[in-house]
Design a protein around this ligand. Structure first.
Ligand code: BGC
Length: 677
């Protein structure tokens, strides 16, 4: 069920909500604003007198979370792997599958997706977010949210906003200038709100410029609600209001639901605040109304009351999980065409490494997004299945034609895990040694990285002919990796994040000291790099990354020509033009390619990064096939945030558009002129 903001259905919902609000006593309204049952973490307070049940919530971005469901559900690939597919329709399919599983688990709201920008490769939650680029993040998040909500389940866009590290996440303040805040950090939220209409938004733990979002009337009430037109409700991150006690400011800012227990919304604080006229009943009704809409949108209440059969069997979505995993894997290096491995041509394959036989779907493992699937195929299991009767799996690299080291990270604290950032940018020492030893014993060694964030490779990359970034591939991990390694699937994933050579090359770490990461002694984190996040920084500073944003190899070859635009003038933010390019598969295997379009506004009155992603399309081509790929470019994606007027305005002047297959590829280009209409 998808309800557009002005539909008749929407008007009917508004009137049901209105009726209910009229019937609620002041005390009942207060009760609705927080969960009051001890030991209950994912349910809202029911109001039995009016037949309002609990709203049931569940994490998280990788599937229905273990800790909020007693079912084993599909463990999907990590969000960064989904984004690496650059495939909007796969994202929608994942959203729909998640929606169905949430419903079958008897829940109403999925606490996902997370669209925080990758600012530092050390962020422990990089795996749960989409990209360093706001355009890619919103293009993947919009269909995800639509997919979830098409199933009558609410999505919760999180964590609003500028929650870009786990170190001191509850107390640090992200110090960001207004333009950067809007153009980089708020932009995916704004776009998803305006184009997918999420039924809820989760605030973040951190402060922004000294204020928690829940007390920031400007950010929540004016920007999110009034300017962007957000109609849903705001929920806190879990215990995010722990250090706050001002009920009035939270009501006035627009916070509807405090979870998992009251801090600001303790009953006595609410009574006291309304008595002292800290907030009006008009304001209170607004936050209550926003929350109650959710009950009708999901069919918890109302004429379309959903009869969820929680005894329904969840068969899960392993095939979809595997497809997303396969499409998101990024082939980073493939010297001598070592991959794919032809099973007919070898007798022995050596498999090694700490991630060879690890199941990652464990209770609480990695934080709130942990999903325990009904089964999980490890790389060893997946490869054993494929090699049976054909190739012997051994563990001595000198005794085999080829060796594969399954290296990377895991969800231990200090690696890819919530509540703590990564302790190191590099692989653990023993893994580096293992890779070096293996390549000495067998120069035909492939490294498969299972990780959710970029890894420093300087120490070993030169020794290794082939590297595949598999991310966290989910419950079908071993089978998905085997399909790519043995060539049943031609890799087509592209990096949604820059892989730096050294940590100091990346924007948050380029300045000595702690000011830009993880924060000074006052816990202020200065986003001094401004707009130059990710590839924008590498391009501006002319730093060669290890692997650039948008990069990924294939087992086939593609050529591009004839980049063109259907018009050369773009009239304002609502206008759009179509770019086209002829792409040919000049290799001998079927494969998919992602055509990326970047913009550069040369003569802008304000600084603009040298290249910014403004469009992309993914296409599958047979060997020898040529197709014309079209990618629309929207005026609003070229726009600038005007700090004098505190609003977005269209780009004006000449803009060069570049088409290529990474942020650093050979580009074809076209110039257009942008005007304010
Ligand atoms: C996380 C959220 C999550 C919530 C509920 C918090 O610790 O930051 O992402 O949705 O817990 O589990």
């Amino acid at each position: 069920m998808s309800v557009s903001p002005n539909s008749e259905e929407n008007m009917a919902i508004d009137s049901y909500v209105e009726n209910l609000v009229k019937k609620l006593t002041l005390e009942e309204k207060f009760l609705l604003l927080a969960n009051h049952a001890e030991g209950v973490y994912f349910s809202s307070t029911p109001i039995d007198r009016l037949g309002i049940p609990s709203m049931e919530m569940t994490d998280g971005p990788l599937g229905v979370a273990w800790h909020s469901s007693n079912r084993n559900c599909t463990r999907f690939p990590a969000t960064i792997g989904l984004a690496a597919t650059w495939d909007r329709s796969l994202s929608q399919l994942m959203g729909e599958a998640l929606g169905r599983e949430v419903k079958a688990a008897g829940k109403h709201l999925l606490l996902a997706p997370g669209v925080n920008i990758h600012r530092t490769p050390l962020n422990g939650r990089t795996f749960e977010y989409m990209s360093e680029d706001p355009y890619l993040a919103k293009e993947i998040a919009i269909p995800y949210v639509r997919g979830v909500q098409n199933q009558g389940v609410g999505a919760c866009l999180k964590h609003f906003a500028a929650n870009n590290q786990e170190t001191n996440r509850r107390t640090s303040s992200s110090e960001i200038d207004e333009r950067t805040l809007h153009e980089i950090y708020l932009r995916p939220f704004k776009e998803v709100v305006q184009h997918a209409n999420p039924w809820s938004v989760m605030g973040s733990y951190n402060k922004i410029n000294g204020k928690y979002v829940y007390e920031d009337i400007q950010l929540l009430r004016r920007t999110l609600m009034d300017d962007w037109g957000f109609k849903g409700f705001v929920v806190t991150d879990w215990d995010a209001t722990k250090y706050m006690d001002d009920a009035a400011i939270c009501i006035n800012s627009g916070l509807s639901l405090e979870m998992p227990r009251p801090h600001c919304y303790k009953l006595e604080s609410l009574r006291d605040a309304i008595e002292k006229q800290g907030f009006t009943e008009f304001r209170l009704d607004d936050v209550v109304r926003r929350f109650l809409r959710m009950f009708f949108l999901t069919g918890i209440m109302g004429p379309n009351k959903n009869s969820i059969d929680v005894s329904e069997d969840i068969t899960g979505n392993p095939d979809l999980a595997r497809r997303i995993a396969e499409e998101g894997m990024v082939l980073l290096k493939n010297d001598r065409g070592l991959l794919p491995i032809n099973l007919e041509k070898i007798q022995k394959l050596a498999l090694l490494g700490p991630n060879l036989d690890v199941k990652l779907g464990r209770p609480q493992y990695g934080g709130s997004s942990a999903v325990v699937p009904p089964y999980e195929i490890t790389p060893l299991e997946g490869f054993t299945e494929r090699c049976q009767g054909k190739v012997s799996i051994v563990n001595d690299p000198s005794d085999a034609e080829l060796a594969i080291v399954f290296a990377g990270l895991n969800h231990d604290k200090g690696m890819d895990a919530e509540s703590k950032d990564r302790e190191s940018f590099d692989l653990p020492k023993d893994q580096v040694e293992l890779i070096k030893r293996t390549t000495k014993d067998n120069p035909d060694t492939i490294v498969v990285l299972i990780s959710g964030s970029p890894i420093g490779m300087e120490q070993w990359l030169g020794d290794v002919p082939a590297v595949l970034e598999a991310w966290y591939p989910g419950m079908e991990s071993g089978r998905a990796i085997a399909n790519v390694i043995f060539g049943n699937v031609n890799p087509s994933g592209k990096l949604p994040i820059t892989f730096p050579r050294r940590l100091v090359d990346s924007p948050a770490h380029s300045v000595k000291g702690t000011r830009t990461y993880p924060g000074d002694k006052h816990l202020r984190v200065y986003y001094n790099e401004g707009l130059n996040v990710g590839y924008r920084f590498f391009d501006t500073m002319n730093i060669e990354p290890q692997f650039p944003f948008g990069f990924g190899l294939s087992y086939t070859h593609f050529e591009y020509e004839n980049f063109r635009v259907n018009k050369t003038k773009l009239m304002g933010m609502k206008d759009q033009l179509i770019t086209s390019v002829d792409v040919s598969n000049t290799g001998s295997l079927i494969g998919s390619e992602v055509i990326q379009v970047y913009s550069n506004q040369k003569q802008s009155l304000v600084q603009r990064p040298p290249r910014e992603l403004v469009g992309f399309e993914k296409v599958s081509l047979e060997p020898g096939q040529t197709v014309t790929i079209s990618a629309p470019i929207l005026g609003r994606d070229l726009a600038i945030y005007d700090v004098k007027k505190h609003r977005w305005r269209a780009a004006t002047g000449e803009v060069e558009l570049f088409a290529g297959n990474s942020s650093r590829s050979e580009f074809l280009s076209e110039t257009i002129v942008c005007c304010e209409n």
